[in-house]
Design a protein. Structure first.
Length: 260
């Protein structure tokens, strides 16, 4: 279950072109008016078609969603040196292909969602020191894999939604004092995680919906005083949300049904 990469405060979202593309369609997009973002979903695009993206001078964002990508396709993407956002969702990447992406030195926002992420892939990601935002939603990452991200000094947004990360992993996340946006939605965290999340000094936006953290964890949630936007599960009724709002007056607390 993929979600968008969290936007950093200094990264405006550009206009997007989304469609089921063929190679010819991609070639036509290089013509005026200039395209800043392309989303390709559930279709067959050859490496030749992806190579057309390198010709888009204004292109800054590429998203491939359920589009099989070969080694040649990855090589074509790395030639689009002008892009700063790359999101790959269920493309079947392997660790060698992820290693090839490290050649994209201008990428600030990287999404590898619903992908198999092994230790070799994690080591490759850790080399991308410029990254500000990383989304691994629905990927195979677990608590052990979090060790690699301490090598990313500029990372301010991290999304681990619907992964195998547990409360034990938040012991490591506690040390990520530069992270401002964190999604742990749909993970295996529980009450024990809240102690460690409360120790992340720059954490401003936190998503913990679809976890075992519920109304019984109110006292622990009240310690998240540094958080300014907090999304919780639908198990929090209006009375629980009101209690949190009173304890955290500077925080927007919400779930799918209510905002406080």
């Amino acid at each position: 279950m993929a979600q968008d990469i969290p936007a950093t405060a200094d990264t405006p979202q550009p206009p997007r072109v989304s469609n089921v593309f063929t190679d010819l369609d991609l070639k036509k997009l290089s013509e005026p008016p200039p395209v800043e973002a392309v989303v390709v979903q559930s279709t067959q695009v050859t490496p030749r078609g992806l190579a057309e993206l390198a010709r888009f001078p204004a292109l800054r964002s590429i998203e491939l969603d359920h589009v099989p990508v070969s080694d040649a396709g990855i090589a074509a993407l790395t030639k689009a040196g002008q892009i700063n956002r790359l999101s790959l969702i269920a493309t079947g990447l392997n660790s060698q292909q992820i290693l090839s992406l490290t050649a994209c030195e201008n990428i600030l926002e990287l999404g590898l969602q619903e992908e198999t992420i092994d230790s070799a892939a994690l080591a490759a990601i850790s080399r991308m020191k410029q990254l500000k935002s990383l989304s691994l939603n629905g990927s195979s990452i677990d608590d052990k894999g979090l060790d690699y991200f301490q090598a990313l000094p500029n990372l301010t947004a991290l999304s681990l939604a619907f992964t195998a990360v547990t409360s034990e992993g938040t012991v490591k996340l506690e040390k990520f004092d530069h992270v401002q946006v964190l999604s742990l939605a749909g993970t295996r965290i529980g009450k024990a995680a809240l102690i460690h999340l409360a120790r992340m000094p720059r954490l401003e936006v936190l998503h913990i919906q679809y976890t075992s953290i519920g109304p019984r964890c109110l006292e622990e949630i009240k310690q998240l005083k540094q958080v300014r936007i907090l999304e919780v599960s639908n198990s929090f009724g209006i009375h629980a949300l009101l209690e949190l709002k009173q304890a955290l007056p500077k925080t927007l607390v919400y779930n799918a049904g209510n905002h406080m």
